[in-house]
Design a protein around this ligand. Structure first.
Ligand SMILES: Cc1cc2nc3c(=O)[nH]c(=O)nc-3n(C[C@H](O)[C@H](O)[C@H](O)COP(=O)(O)O)c2cc1C
Length: 355
């Protein structure tokens, strides 16, 4: 049983990764429905929270049906981070998570995100300040180290535990790797199997199939896994993994009807959260992912990303459900975007990370 403070996450929990511009309430709603055991908000700038910036504030929106849910904050300075933890805690999440893993230059250059991996004493002081600032459990998400020559996660994990964090998620890459190459789980396993470590250790990086999840559990002994990219447009991944763990068998891939149903649910949540105009605009980035695997879908997709009313979008989605009702989906791993397609500095430039 994995437990964070009093939060019982059950056996081998499957966590939805915090993802900027992705893991907002509408996306979380469909991941929750499909079996995510613990979810996080997108990362929220401590400076933005203190300034009361709209974008940061909105990211604090959490709903009871999402529990347990963690709010993730980032920043490079103790005092603003402690204040941000208090602001986050006031919205009553189940836990507060600190982001020490973001590799983006804009964040790292301020000593925040993975930038702090270069200054472990500062990382420890900052974490202690956050732990002191709130009565909620504090967790951390980080990487193996700054670069190949400084893969210091074993030391970091012990020291973070010593100042009171209650769970640690490790993404098996260094900062300089960004999202390139394969995640290396060996060190994650070493942290987990360190007899000094008693907090839950969650592994993260490149899990996209039930087999990989089972192998991560058996090989590295982690207490649970966190899934990011594989859930984008494919929230069924959580139930698929859970089912495979429990039965050793695969669930059939979701039918087109199911895909359209969940896509609509995502759209409805998006509109309920942001209003019809913005909700429809923000949903546009998700259609390609939901429609992966359907042949000759370009015209429909074009309509989905241009139409402006809910009625029109529902009509297109219903037409897709009808036209492809006999389509047989192959059971393939949801595609993980690799290497340069990932949110490097350029891709994330549009993200108002300090907004
Ligand atoms: C679009 C995108 C946005 C991300 N934003 C965040 C974030 O806000 N906070 C964070 O800790 N990690 C963030 N990450 C990293 C993921 O949480 C995760 O560590 C990484 O994608 C590796 O896991 P995966 O292979 O399962 O995707 C982001 C990743 C992606 C692809």
């Amino acid at each position: 049983m994995a437990k964070i403070g009093n939060i019982d996450l059950g056996e081998f929990p499957l966590l939805l990764a915090p993802m900027e511009d992705v893991s907002d309430p509408p996306f979380r709603a469909v991941c929750k429905e499909n079996g995510a055991d613990l979810m996080y908000t997108e990362f929220i700038s401590s400076e933005g929270l203190i300034r009361d910036a709209i974008k940061s504030r909105q990211k604090l929106d959490i709903f009871d049906y999402e529990r347990p849910i963690g709010i993730q904050i980032f920043g490079g300075d103790e005092e603003p981070m402690a204040m941000a933890a208090q602001i986050a805690a006031a919205t009553n999440p189940d836990l507060v998570d600190i982001n020490f893993g973001c590799p983006v230059k804009k964040v790292v250059s301020k000593g925040a995100g993975a930038g702090i991996l270069k200054d472990v004493p500062k990382m420890i002081k900052l974490t202690a300040a956050v732990v002191k600032a709130t009565s909620l459990p504090v967790t951390v998400k980080t990487r193996l180290g700054w670069d190949d020559d400084s893969r210091n996660i074993e030391e970091v994990a012990e020291r973070l535990q010593d100042v009171g964090i209650q769970a640690l998620t490790i993404h098996g890459r260094t900062r300089t790797q960004m999202y390139k190459g394969n995640a290396d789980w060996t060190l994650i396993g070493k942290v987990k199997n360190n007899p000094r470590i008693h907090i839950p250790i969650f592994g993260n990086g490149d899990i996209s199939t039930p087999e990989q999840a089972v192998s991560a559990r058996e090989k590295y002994g982690v207490d649970g896994i966190m899934i990011g990219r594989a859930a984008i447009g494919y929230p069924w991944i959580f139930n698929e993994i859970r089912h495979f763990i429990q039965t050793g068998e695969h669930l059939p891939p979701p039918t087109v009807l199911e895909r359209v149903r969940v896509c609509k649910k995502h759209l409805y949540h998006s509109i309920a959260w942001k209003g019809e105009i913005v909700g429809i605009l923000e949903m546009r980035r998700h259609y390609t992912n939901y429609l992966k695997g359907l042949p000759h879908i370009k015209d429909f997709r074009q309509q989905l990303v241009t139409y402006k009313t809910l009625a029109e979008l529902e009509e297109v989605l219903d037409a897709i459900a009808t036209q492809y009702k006999d389509h047989i989906f192959e059971r393939t791993a949801p595609q993980i975007t690799e290497d340069d397609d990932l949110p490097t500095d350029n891709e994330m430039e549009h993200c108002n990370v300090y907004g």
